[in-house]
Design a protein around this ligand. Structure first.
Ligand code: PMV
Length: 319
């Protein structure tokens, strides 16, 4: 009997950070929720060097562009861990998660690849193995990743994450109607995390104040999820955005989209993920309101927009 399968298919979903990005790198709590955009990876036997096939790059893994380097490292380490040679495989990626927009695409791609490689070689994968193999790619993408993206993508539920304590699932009392909009500009999390570190070293007192404020907001947001106070949740999201401006990770495009959402009566809005490009989120009252905000965001320059309800596994796309 072969010690590998004919074909192995695995998937992973995207994530949104509701509160606490960047502060989480400094040991503060963050809250993330699943975002049902998906990536699927398909592993099959082939001949010769490993071939990687995706919308943004097709070719040998040895020639992967710099932005996919973390993923190629993760593939290599996974094969090493499985005691398999770096050859005779084709890894195909089908993804609806835009890359480099703070939606966790790199973690989702790596998670789906590690899962499908283990399944291809008929090996059981523990959560610890998955976490440490994917962390290789994430550390490359983020500089020094908190691990939040991986945990959020592995979870079916909203989570509160702390570097030292791990995750706590949060059972949200009400469904949330969330709008997501893409500035169309790449957000380089590694650069954003590095900038925050530089600012921190230059002015620790001020930065600590902002990080403490973000922590306070995150804890309040957790309470609103548990008690269903959606109006207050919205206000806190906007407060979090303002602190992200203070620590230097927002930009004009993100701020303009936040303003547009708020002038369309969103309950609140903020950037999500690493910032400096990438995506923002807004909280709506209803699916109809979410669609209206999505349309307004596209009108004011967003390259893509989605809306969804947190109690469903489907996403509506507007562009
Ligand atoms: O991958 P992104 O862009 O969603 O950002 C991850 C969140 C950060 O807090 C900015 C970095 C980290 O490692 O937690």
């Amino acid at each position: 009997m072969n010690n590998f399968s004919k074909i192995a298919i695995s998937d992973a979903h995207s994530k949104l950070i509701l509160a606490g990005e960047h502060a989480v790198v400094y040991g503060k709590p963050a809250i993330a929720i699943p975002f049902p955009l998906k990536v699927t990876s398909i592993v099959e036997k082939s001949n010769g060097s490993i071939i990687f096939e995706s919308d943004i790059y097709t070719g040998f893994i040895s020639n992967m562009p710099v932005k996919l380097k973390g993923i190629s490292n993760c593939i290599k380490e996974t094969l090493k861990h499985l005691n398999k040679p770096e050859e005779n495989l084709k890894i195909k990626i089908i993804s609806s998660i835009p890359i480099g927009r703070g939606l966790g695409s790199s973690a989702a791609i790596s998670i789906s690849i590690v899962r499908s490689l283990f399944s291809f070689f008929k090996k059981r994968l523990t959560e610890n193995e998955l976490f440490s193999l994917v962390q290789i790619a994430e550390n490359y993408a983020h500089g020094n990743s908190s691990g939040l993206d991986i945990m959020a993508i592995l979870s079916k539920y909203p989570i509160l994450f702390e570097k030292e304590r791990g995750i706590l699932p949060i059972k949200s009392k009400s469904s949330l109607y969330i709008v997501v909009a893409d500035t169309g500009k790449t957000s380089d999390t590694r650069v954003a995390v590095g900038n925050v570190r530089k600012r921190y070293n230059l002015n620790p007192k001020n930065m600590q104040k902002s990080l403490d404020k973000i922590e306070e907001i995150t804890i309040e947001i957790k309470k609103t999820l548990l008690n269903g106070n959606i109006k207050l949740l919205g206000k806190l999201l906007t407060d979090n955005h303002n602190e992200l401006i203070n620590i230097g990770v927002s930009d004009k495009d993100l701020n303009d989209l936040v303003k547009t959402a708020l002038s369309s009566n969103a309950l609140g809005a903020k950037l999500t993920g690493g910032g400096l490009g990438g995506c923002m989120i807004a909280l709506a009252n209803s699916p109809q309101h979410a669609r209206l905000i999505s349309n307004e965001l596209i009108e004011s320059g967003a390259s893509q927009s989605w809306y969804f309800s947190t109690n469903e596994d489907i996403v509506m796309e507007v562009n």
